[in-house]
Design a protein. Structure first.
Length: 110
């Protein structure tokens, strides 16, 4: 449980920074969105990979699509911009977590 909370907190912070870069909205809206979307996607993705043994790439693809739709609806932006923001946020977290794991920090979410 502690590991999940650490991963959730780190993911919220990283994706929050991406939302700020892409949408330049007030910080509170970006933080709210980051918390809202990651409270649902990270625990479900973690459960799917660990307990249901679903392929990690499939889970990441579903999370990308879910977040892209959420971005599109929340910020009322274009589909392309929503997809690019979702790709950027998910690439950042997908690349950083293995690096942290390699450095000896057990932060791999899936």
């Amino acid at each position: 449980m502690t590991q999940l909370l650490f991963n959730l907190t780190l993911t919220i912070i990283l994706e929050y920074l991406v939302w700020l870069l892409f949408f330049r909205k007030e910080w509170w809206a970006a933080l709210k969105f980051s918390i809202l979307v990651n409270v649902f996607t990270l625990p479900i993705g973690t459960y799917a990979v660990h307990e249901l043994e679903v392929n990690w790439y499939l889970v990441e693809g579903i999370i990308f699509a879910t977040e892209a739709v959420a971005i599109y609806l929340y910020w009322n932006t274009g589909v392309l911009k929503a997809a690019l923001a979702s790709i950027a946020a998910n690439l950042l977290t997908a690349c950083l977590f293995p690096v942290l794991y390699w450095l000896g920090i057990d932060a791999y979410p899936f």
